[in-house]
Write a protein that binds this ligand. Structure first.
Ligand SMILES: NCc1cccc(Nc2n[nH]c3ncnc(Nc4cccc(O)c4)c23)c1
Length: 232
């Protein structure tokens, strides 16, 4: 998170850290007591190493009462996600066990209605990703408030020149922005998860390359199909 602020401890109790060998690689968030939503591109950073999901954390290193490092039962990258492009960049993670909700571990509701978030809406994104362009990683969770820009503006030549589909959305990226390690985290507007941080152009903090987020509503049927199969 570039030019945001350290989050007051456990104030975003839905946030999870996707880890490989104890190292943070991506964000993610609890959407049910055994399910985390993140980004498919995060699996590229993981190779075939064992993934774990940290819940209830503020600091990545310090001992905290409700901090739990959980195993992964199954990974569901979106079938149309690809290393080649920015589309369908979603990963559903089934945890080895159900989390027990606490002050520090809570589920974040996600948007089911497929209506675009109006341009100018103030949303926020949190994560343990880069807090500087030189690649400084924080120990504690950070968050930043970002303003939504319309897909029309985001698709102009100076920005993404038509590559932003109706399954994506953009936020301003002038100075404040998400960055490496924030992928998979939620874009929260009015208390509801509307999007998931997509790696997209990889650039951070450059106003010409707005932050790209995978919109959640278009994928609700996919979530429900996975849940139906998992709970048959
Ligand atoms: N705001 C967009 C966004 C969201 C999520 C991830 C990302 N970036 C990245 N995702 N993966 C990456 N691998 C290498 N470098 C990366 N960005 C980078 C690194 C140093 C300086 C800088 O300005 C940008 C990224 C960018």
């Amino acid at each position: 998170i570039l030019r945001g602020q350290e989050t007051p401890a456990h104030q975003r109790p839905y946030m999870t850290s996707l880890q490989v060998s104890g190292k943070h690689i991506c964000g993610g968030f609890l959407i049910a007591d055994q399910w985390v939503l993140s980004a498919a591109h995060c699996l590229q950073d993981a190779g075939n190493a064992t993934l774990q999901v940290l819940v209830g954390a503020h600091s990545l290193s310090e001992a905290e009462p409700n901090k739990r490092l959980l195993g992964v039962r199954k990974l569901f990258p979106h079938p149309n996600s690809s290393v080649e492009n920015i589309y369908n960049d979603l990963l559903l993670i089934q945890l080895e066990e159900r989390v027990s909700p606490s002050a520090d571990v809570q589920i974040l509701p996600f948007q089911r209605e497929d209506r675009s978030v109006p341009a100018g809406t103030q949303c926020e994104v949190a994560g343990w990703g880069f807090i500087s362009n030189t690649g400084r990683l924080p120990d504690k969770l950070h968050h930043v408030e970002l303003s939504v820009i319309s897909n029309t503006v985001c698709n102009t030549r100076i920005h993404y020149d038509g590559s932003i589909t109706e399954k994506l959305m953009c936020t301003e990226s002038k100075r404040k922005d998400s960055c490496k390690g924030d992928s998979g985290g939620p874009l929260v507007c009015n208390g509801v998860a509307e999007g998931v941080v997509a790696t997209g152009a990889r650039v951070c903090g450059n106003w010409k390359k707005p932050g790209i987020y995978t919109r959640i509503p278009p994928y609700v049927d996919w979530f429900d199909s996975i849940w139906a199969a998992a709970h048959q």
